[in-house]
Every structure is written in structure tokens, then in C-alpha cells.
Design a protein around this ligand. Structure first.
Ligand SMILES: CC(=O)N[C@H]1[C@@H](OP(=O)(O)OP(=O)(O)OC[C@H]2O[C@@H](n3ccc(=O)[nH]c3=O)[C@H](O)[C@@H]2O)O[C@H](CO)[C@@H](O)[C@@H]1O
Ligand SMILES: C=C(OP(=O)(O)O)C(=O)O
Length: 422
């Protein structure tokens, strides 16, 4: 298994290009199942999760061709010849559940393995299922699979989410575009990935209003056609690299970064004493002298502080001046990076969904283990600030969501390398 070796203590300077969003691409790809005409995505990230979704779509009969070194995904779902999303693929990635809504809407039937729990929390899919039932689907759970049917097609309905779910909003939105009549989704997620999906579906002929607000209205159409769509920049990759100069010192421009994608996060980062400037090319983050100040953080659905940046922010707080309280409100088990950061000398006290971090003057390099995607990168960020060497193992988690992390960070002066097969 590969590991990543970071030698801390170097100030960073230069540009980091921000890729297309993993989480947008993972919902845009299943949208190809809604039409028998081609859907082409540009600005796609090169990640193992995208390869997993490619494998899943191919298993259903779709064709996905990677062009321009994987940055363009040319997809065609002319023939869907298998309506079963198999456990062996679904278990690798929870976003696989996003094929359920589109397959059901287009084919009237779908069998999809339940994804199961994962390290950061139980993550049930009950809201996805409730929403599809509201559109008239009949569902049966057998042998770990959801068997969904809508023999005479889905029908528009009003569905109010009891709490905000990104994935459930995406799944039901995709199902509703081909349902008969009007669907109103209340308390819908407002994440930029939802806006991106709605914009792409509209290019394909869907009639959608209200994306980016908590009420989305969809007027069903008979069929969708082909389209070409650029994937929105990855706000989580953006936030992660904005933290790199904040932790290591120096100045980095995240090319393609936009403040509107990360406003709650950027507000907190600015409150630590770091400078953030938006320019025509992206976001420049600089920390010139001294330690950052601690801030308190509470994760929340968009436009709140993203849970997917909590681990990385915790890494910054480890060397901040003062005490920081981080509250994780989305997932029940998302502090697994804390014990690893403590191995590097961080002072963290975790109690339930609250982590209290008392900043220390410096961290010390150590061998640490990545437990999930964002935990992995938080350890790399901590390594940039630590004295000596940090070796992060289990980097396959990282490959799910960060393309060319070594190239991007060494490009701004970090001492970082991938060690193969250890
Ligand atoms: C591929 C993708 O886009 N993943 C993102 C997506 O995950 P995902 O779409 O899985 O996250 P949700 O917004 O659905 O989850 C929010 C909360 O609702 C719970 N829940 C969700 C659905 C459901 O049917 N029942 C239920 O109880 C979850 O366990 C969690 O506690 O949004 C999360 C929250 O911003 C991000 O951390 C993930 O990176
Ligand atoms: C939790 C994440 O992804 P997923 O929902 O695919 O597990 C993430 O992107 O941080």
C-alpha cells in the first residue's frame, strides 16, 4: 500500500489549480441514465471515485469514454441493459445510490444494493427511498437490495425532507424530471453541487426552478436530450488548499477558486488572521507572520460550514493560539483524525460531537493512518506544519477525492512525496 511522506517547515508560494468537484461529478454522471442521447462532462476530476462510478454505469450498459486525460467524460446511455446495481460496486462508494432515481425514472424499474454504513457514520438512505415512494414508486427491500418499481411511471408530488440531505435531494430531483406533472421538493439541499446538477439537467431539457434555495419545483417532461456541461469547481478541494498556506505560512493562489463556493469557510479562515483575496484568476490566501488565532466552528448544510472541511480546519486549529471548539453536526463519527493528530502532539479532547482543540506552538512529525478521505488530507496539512517527517498511510482514501495531491503541493514548494508499496 502506498503512503505519503511530508517534511514540514517549508513556506508555500505559487498557484494550485482547483479541479472539478468530485461530489458534483458523482451526481452528474448518473444523470446520463436519464437520456438515450450523449451527455458530456468537461472539467471532470481524475479520481478513483469517478472510476468507480464509470464502472457502475458501464455495468448497467452505459458507455463512458475518458478524453483529454480524463478531464472530459463522454457518456452515452442509449441502451440500459441491466437494471441491477451490484453490491460489489456499490459497497465501494456510497454515491452509487444515485443511479436509483434516474434508472427508475427512465426504465420504470431498478434494483440497487443498499450501500451500508461507513467510517464517518451510519448514513442510511431512508430519505432517498421516502422521496421516491412519494413519487409513486413501490419499494421492496430484499437480500440487501432495494427493488424499486414504477410500472406506469413516476408521478409528481410535494415532498418535504424532514432534514437536509444532499444525496436524497439529488436522487429525487433526477427522478422527478421525468415524472408526470409537478414535483415540489421542500427543505431541499442548497449545495453548489445541487445547483450544478439542476443546470445540467436544464441543458438536457428538464424544467426546474429554485435550485440553490430550499424549495425546488420540477415540471416533468417526457424525455431529455443530450448536453455538454462543465463540472463546477471543487469547493472542498479549494478549502483544503486554502488551508495549506494558512498552516505552513506563505501565499498560495487557488486557480479557479470562487468565494461564493466557500463563503462560510472563508469567513472563519479570515477570522484566524489569514488574508484572503479574490481575483480574476482565483483566491489568494496568505499568512505572513505569527500563529493564527483559534476560532470555533459548527458544521451545517450549505451555506453553513461544510462537514467535508471540518478535519482540515481542525488541523489548522492544532497550531492556533487559543482554544477552539469544533462541533460536528452532520455525521456522528467524524473525528477519527483527532487521535492521529494527537500522535503529532496536538491537544484535542473529543466528547460526542464536540472536539475542543488547544493550540500548541508546533506539531511533531509522526507515522499516522488515514481513516477516511478528509481525515487523510487533514494529516497531510498537519504534516506541512510539523517538525520533521510525517508518513500518512492508507492513502487510497485520499485518491478518492484529491487528484495529483503530491504534484499540486510540491508545485508550491512543499516537501512531499508518494512512497509506493509500503
Ligand atoms: C458524494 C457526496 O456528494 N457526498 C457528500 C454528501 O453526502 P450525502 O449525500 O451522503 O450526505 P447527506 O446530506 O445525505 O447526509 C446528511 C445527514 O443525513 C443523514 N441521512 C441522509 C440520507 C438519508 O436518507 N438518511 C439520513 O439519515 C446522513 O446520515 C447524514 O447524517 O453530502 C455530505 C454532507 O454535506 C458530504 O459530507 C458528502 O461529501
Ligand atoms: C464524505 C465524502 O464523500 P462520500 O459521501 O462519497 O463518502 C466526502 O467527499 O468527504
Amino acid at each position: 500500500m502506498d503512503s505519503i511522506l511530508v517534511r514540514g517547515g517549508t513556506e508555500l508560494s505559487g498557484d494550485i489549480p482547483i479541479a472539478g468537484a468530485k461530489n458534483a461529478c458523482l451526481t452528474l454522471m448518473p444523470a446520463t441514465l436519464l437520456s438515450d442521447e450523449p451527455l458530456t462532462l468537461t472539467n471532470a476530476p481524475r479520481l478513483s471515485d469517478i472510476r468507480t462510478m464509470t464502472q457502475l454505469l458501464a455495468s448497467l450498459g452505459a458507455e463512458v469514454t475518458q478524453l483529454q486525460d480524463g478531464q472530459v467524460l463522454a457518456m452515452s446511455s442509449h441502451d440500459i441493459n441491466n437494471l441491477t446495481a451490484d453490491y460489489d460496486i456499490v459497497r465501494k462508494m456510497r454515491a452509487s445510490i444515485l443511479v436509483l432515481g434516474p434508472m427508475l425514472a427512465r426504465c420504470g424499474r431498478a434494483v440497487v444494493s443498499l450501500p451500508g454504513g461507513c467510517a464517518i457514520g451510519a448514513r442510511p438512505v431512508d430519505l432517498h427511498l421516502q422521496g421516491l415512494e412519494a413519487l409513486g414508486a413501490t419499494l421492496d427491500l430484499k437480500d440487501g437490495y432495494v427493488h424499486a418499481e414504477a410500472k406506469s411511471g413516476l408521478k409528481g408530488a410535494v415532498f418535504e425532507f424532514p432534514f437536509v440531505s444532499v444525496g436524497a435531494t439529488e436522487n429525487i430531483l433526477m427522478a422527478a424530471v421525468l415524472a408526470k406533472g409537478t414535483t415540489v421538493l421542500k427543505n431541499a439541499a442548497r449545495e453548489p453541487e445541487i445547483v450544478d446538477l439542476a443546470q445540467c439537467l436544464r441543458k438536457m431539457g428538464a424544467q426546474i426552478e429554485g435550485e440553490g434555495t430550499s424549495e425546488i419545483t420540477i415540471q416533468g417532461v417526457d424525455r431529455l436530450h443530450g448536453a455538454t456541461h462543465p463540472v463546477v469547481p471543487d469547493r472542498i478541494e479549494l478549502g483544503t488548499y486554502m488551508l495549506a498556506p494558512a498552516i505552513a505560512g506563505g501565499s498560495v493562489t487557488c486557480l479557479g477558486g470562487r468565494l461564493d463556493l466557500v463563503s462560510a469557510f472563508a469567513e472563519k479562515l479570515a477570522a484566524t488572521g489569514v488574508d484572503i483575496e479574490e481575483t480574476a484568476t482565483g483566491l489568494t490566501v496568505s499568512r505572513k507572520n505569527g500563529r493564527v488565532r483559534s476560532v470555533d466552528v459548527e458544521t451545517a448544510p450549505f451555506p453553513g460550514f461544510p462537514t467535508d472541511l471540518q478535519a482540515q480546519m481542525m488541523a489548522l486549529m492544532c497550531t492556533a493560539e487559543g482554544v477552539s471548539v469544533l462541533e460536528e453536526r452532520i455525521f456522528e463519527n467524524r473525528f477519527m483524525h483527532a487521535p492521529e493528530l494527537m500522535r503529532m502532539g496536538a491537544r484535542i479532547d473529543v466528547s460526542g460531537g464536540t472536539a475542543t482543540v488547544t493550540g500548541v506552538e508546533s506539531l511533531k512529525g509522526a507515522p499516522v493512518m488515514a481513516t477516511d478521505l478528509r481525515a487523510s488530507v487533514s494529516l497531510i496539512l498537519a504534516g506541512l506544519a510539523a517538525e520533521g517527517e510525517t508518513r500518512v498511510s492508507r492513502v487510497y482514501h485520499l485518491d478518492r477525492g484529491y487528484e495529483h495531491v503530491v504534484r499540486k503541493l510540491s508545485g508550491v514548494g512543499a516537501s512531499i512525496e508518494r512512497v509506493h508499496g509500503e
